[in-house]
Design a protein around this ligand. Sequence first.
Ligand code: ADP
Ligand code: MG
Length: 512
Amino acid sequence: VPSTVERREEASVVMGKVAVAFAAAAVLVSCSVAAVMVGRRIKSRAKWRAVVEILKEMEEASDTPVGRLRQVVDAMAVEMHAGLASEGGSKLKMLLTFVHHLPNGTEKGTYYALHLGGTYFRILRVHLGGERSYLDVQDVERHPIPSHLMNSTSEVLFNFLAFSMERFIEKEGKESNSQGVKRELAFTFSFPVKHSSISSGVLIKWTKGFEISEMVGKDVAECLQGALNRRGLDIHVAALVNDTVGALSLGYYHDPDTVVAVVFGTGSNACYLERTDAIIKSQGLLTTSGSMVVNMEWGNFWSSHLPRTSYDIDLDAESSNPNDMGFEKIIAGLYLGDIVRRVILRMSQVSDIFGPTSPMLSEPYVLRTNSVSAMHEDDTPELQEVARILKDLGVSEVPLKVRKLVVKICDVVTRRAGRLAAAGIAGILKKIGRDGSGGITSGRSRSEMRMQKRTVVAVEGGLYMNYTMFREYMEEALVEILGEEVSQYVVVKAMEDGSSIGSALLVASLQS
Ligand code: ADP
Ligand code: MG
């Protein structure tokens, strides 16, 4: 029987052998782990390179140096001329609004506005005391448009609007509007309309994802009036107003140097005050006044100078209105989020930096532009907001480096949008001779510069009002394009709810 000492020795020999074997195995294992890790690192470096390549590519394709912006400015001015020269002469429809006079501050009374936007509908009432300072905006209601209405029928849509109007009226105190007095309503409608008067016009086409085909060609004001009548409401649709025209009206009401209005919301559009004799396509038709507001429908602007990426091309092809609204699809709120989503999806497909590709990333429009601005303007050190929003898209636990990459994507997309928006505005200024270029004659003198008129551009819409970086890129580019000196004469003024309030003011101005 071996002694305990021997047994212990034996045991230690055995253990020693095991330990050696273990150690050897461990070396082998760690070698192969290291090999795998080195391999992975090489692969992940290659994948990271692929991602950086994608970023670089989209950045180059989105580039907007001031030279290119100037080409866009010129193209915008040229297209405006063409659209005014003949019906169908340009992608810019340059639609007549039959608005010859804008509210000037002397209006009196109580008026209503019902506004169908791209995402929200709004109802409000204004009370006017006959002086600019007596503008009282009351009971502003703002609700998201229920999404099922966007592809329902015109009857369902207008019944809903009439119903909402009825509820609004019911909430008013009986005192606020003496019984038996007809209410005057502005219908602010953010879609292209061919007007036959200020209070009538037919829908040309839907945009911004609306798809009620049977509505195209119908009179929009008549549809609303019919729905209001069916509910027994004593409300008169006194004007059918494009949202940009509403914003222009509010701008002008406060400041008569306002001659241009632009909306950057779900969609984008602009209008401006044009000399009647420059509206060549309607000569003879328009005799009453020296000027008319023209609704450009600039969302449909296109020029080969516009920077376009593969993501834009795919977005357009898969949209409800392919080959349409090209400018809108690179500058407006409905689309910026989806461009960013497409870039992230692409990167996620060529690499694992976003983990396994989240199926949610393939869902059109899941990434909203509000989230883009929240990520872009995330000022937490670890980019917590970016992490949170990515997590909502089914992408979790991405390292800081990847979060920074996402911020960069947002920046590229929004910078391009803001800068092109500025080029659009400068194009209008050029068309009306307010860009300091002094028309065809070049080489302007100092005294000519001093004669430059002050020009106010009224701007509104959720994208502009809420996305600081968009606004800053736009304003910065406008100065770049116009130059410091001319820029001093161009004032960009934000008009919160301008479309709706201004439309009510416009109706008021029609009564006086
Ligand atoms: P509508 O287009 O219905 O008239 P708005 O003018 O309020 O409505 O614009 C709404 C759009 O503005 C949203 O769909 C979104 O694209 C954009 N938007 C709203 N808030 C923000 C935000 N915080 N950041 C970026 N975009 C925003
Ligand atoms: Mg709007």
